[in-house]
Design a protein around this ligand. Structure first.
Ligand SMILES: Cc1cc2nc3c(=O)[nH]c(=O)nc-3n(C[C@H](O)[C@H](O)[C@H](O)COP(=O)(O)O)c2cc1C
Length: 208
């Protein structure tokens, strides 16, 4: 396979384009779409979001130390795009994107987005200036899950949430499952012995 050598760039793909909701006293709540986000620790559960200091949301998150990350289902992609191209300085994005501020029991002010299938309530633990973006490290202090995704057994069916990915400037719906964690090394169930060849039965003789 021949390869071209390119200059350094952000080609880690695909990524989730999530909607971060936040609020500070005396102002309408806001939503910023964030693709530079990731899981960074399991215990405690933590994630990161990288946000440019000139974003309206940056000041809100810095001041309040909290936000909610809302996962984007296919029906919310248009709203996520809108929240990524309009600023809360100029518009009420909840209203413009027809989204509803939802419950967020662990937050002081930040709402969740009621229409999102999964919302992660986050408390900021560190802010690292990196360059053009500041990295907010945050602990996930609460999780809200659409109850239609939970089976009677308690199993979460995230595969039913119709989640999306963002890749090189385009949004995609997730597709086919290709395997499960560890399936490459999992012992396969013993193959069934080949069926014994069928004995040729004598031709049926009909009674006249
Ligand atoms: C798909 C997508 C992903 C984005 N990811 C980020 C990101 O990770 N960090 C960031 O600072 N801005 C990101 N943006 C841009 C902001 O969402 C955008 O500037 C937004 O208008 C800022 O809103 P605010 O001024 O209300 O905070 C993204 C935009 C889109 C459309």
């Amino acid at each position: 396979m021949a390869k071209e050598i390119w200059k350094p760039g952000n080609l880690l793909n695909p990524v989730p384009a999530v909607m971060l909701s936040c609020a500070r006293p005396g102002e309408k709540p806001n939503i910023i779409t964030v693709a530079w986000t990731g899981t960074v620790c399991s215990e405690p559960p933590m994630l990161s979001v990288a946000i440019r200091p000139d974003r309206y949301s940056h000041g809100i998150i810095r001041e309040t130390g909290e936000f909610v990350l809302n996962l984007t289902s296919a029906r919310l992609v248009k709203a996520a795009d809108l929240c990524g191209v309009r600023s809360g300085r100029d518009t009420d994005k909840f209203r413009e994107a027809r989204l509803t501020p939802g419950e967020a029991p662990h937050m002081n002010l930040a709402p969740s987005i009621a229409e999102s299938p999964v919302s992660l309530e986050c408390r900021v633990t560190q802010i690292l200036p990196l360059g053009c973006h500041d990295l907010f490290l945050a602990e996930i202090v609460g999780v809200l899950v659409d109850d239609s995704l939970i089976e009677e057994s308690g199993r979460l069916r995230l595969d039913k949430a119709d989640l999306t990915a963002y890749m090189h400037g385009r949004y995609y719906r997730l597709g086919e499952e290709l395997g499960t964690y560890g399936y490459s090394v999992r012992r396969k169930p013993p193959a069934k012995p080949p069926a014994a060849p069928k004995k040729k039965s004598a031709p049926k003789v009909r009674n006249a």
